[in-house]
Design a protein around this ligand. Structure first.
Ligand code: PLP
Ligand code: TYF
Length: 396
């Protein structure tokens, strides 16, 4: 039965993790996978999460099946974060939101649903994008292409190329857009550029699928969510996937969501029924724990305030590491404009280092980044940054 089964390629990023684990260099630093570590290099367990779990422990609940679309209070909280609780699309019943198994689960439910609605559509992802975007949409049966995004020469975004590609796309083409904190480059388009993108999507009848895996890591929860308002204001139907893996440091709990904005309440009810079929035929209904933690935090004012502060702490620390990295590299005599590092947003930095340099960083220094030159700034800290900066200077 399995004699002709081919060996599948490893996930290039998760594969790096295994390699890192096996590395015996005591000075090794993992800047590969996109995970936030605190200044002691530890994966944080947020205080708001501990407190929510304490409350849950003190009033224990039996674990029946959840509704197919998840915990209602959770879905409502997701809508509040993404659209604003008082947003007319939410109060008007035009957003179908389901709990999903991480942001990946949200993308997958959306992709499977889209395949039914729009089976012949092409999906366009940014060049480059999160590795899993291509694989996930390909697996859902779509042909996946790219739109230009990264401009290596100018250390920024090839926006003219991007907008031209959108203008040239056929009606119905699905556009996967990073709502904020672009993975892997760290470069986000500006407010005015978003306006242009939204206008072209409307004009060309494209379908926007916003992947929001880092809300709160760019400029703030509301600030990062503002891009969603542009799509709402334009009267578009669109998709938003949500992930709390990073913002709650709940990676392993797999907490995410999918929201689909529809033209009317009646349409929304039909869309929701189809999302539920997708879920039911894949895993029946979602798990309880992680979503209950997030719902408790988001719906309890004191915990919500605690979370916002802790998230701000992560955001600010990453920004500090960017500044510090520029300072260290500059002090070590690196010439040229390094301001791109502080211009980038979120966890990642396209460092501009090439594959050979990334391989040397790994082999000679135990500093693990992705071959593309992506490093996870959120894994830098005041203890490892000198070592990392020194290693980078040595391979440059
Ligand atoms: N989308 C992007 C752009 C990501 O970087 C990630 C990171 O893991 C995800 C989606 C998936 O999130 P999750 O781990 O919640 O599935
Ligand atoms: O890009 C990253 O590093 C994160 C984590 O298949 C990740 O988004 C990487 C690969 C993958 C799943 C998660």
């Amino acid at each position: 039965l399995f004699s002709a089964v081919e060996m599948a390629p490893r996930d290039p990023i998760l594969g790096l993790n295994e390699q890192f684990g096996a590395d015996t260099n005591p000075a090794k630093v993992n800047l590969g996978v996109g995970v936030y570590y605190d200044d002691n290099g530890k994966l944080p367990l947020l205080k708001c999460v501990i407190e929510a779990e304490r409350q849950m422990f003190e009033a224990p609940k039996a674990r029946g099946y959840l509704p197919i679309d998840g915990i209602a209070a959770y879905d409502k909280a997701v809508q509040g974060l993404v659209f604003g609780a008082d947003s007319a699309v939410v109060t008007g019943g035009r957003v179908a939101t389901v709990q999903a198994i991480g942001g990946t689960g949200g993308l997958k439910i959306g992709a499977d649903f889209l395949k039914k609605v729009n089976p012949n559509a092409t999906v366009l992802i940014s060049d480059p994008s999160w590795e899993n975007h291509r694989a996930l949409f390909t697996n859902a049966g779509f042909t996946v292409g790219t739109y230009p995004y990264y401009d290596a020469e100018n250390k920024g975004i090839n926006f003219a190329g991007m907008i031209d590609a959108l203008r040239a796309a056929d009606a119905g083409t699905v556009l996967v857009l990073h709502a904020c904190c672009h993975n892997p480059t760290g470069y986000d388009i500006t407010d005015a550029q978003w306006d242009e993108v939204v206008a072209v999507i409307k004009e060309r009848n494209l379908v926007a699928f916003l992947d929001m895996a880092y809300q709160g890591f760019g400029e703030g929860i509301a600030e990062d969510g503002a891009v969603i308002q542009k799509f709402v204001a334009a009267g578009l139907d669109f998709f938003v996937s949500t992930s709390f893996s990073k913002s709650f440091s709940l990676y392993g709990e797999r907490v995410g969501g999918l929201s689909v904005v529809c033209a009317s309440k009646e349409e929304c009810a039909r869309v929701l029924s189809q999302l539920k079929i997708t879920i039911r035929t894949n895993y029946s209904n979602p798990p309880t724990h992680g979503a209950q933690v997030v719902a408790t935090v988001l719906n309890t004012p004191a915990l919500r305030a605690m979370w916002e502060e802790e998230l701000a702490g992560m955001r600010v620390r990453i920004k500090q590491m960017r500044v510090l990295l520029v300072d260290k590299l500059t002090a070590a005599g690196v010439k040229g404009d390094l301001s791109f590092i502080t211009r980038q947003k979120g966890m990642f930095s396209y460092s501009g280092l090439n594959k050979d340099q990334m391989v040397r960083l790994r082999g000679e220094f135990g500093v693990y980044g992705v071959d593309s030159g992506r490093i996870c700034v959120a894994a830098l800290n005041t203890k490892n940054i000198d070592y990392v900066a020194d290693a980078i200077v040595k391979v440059m």
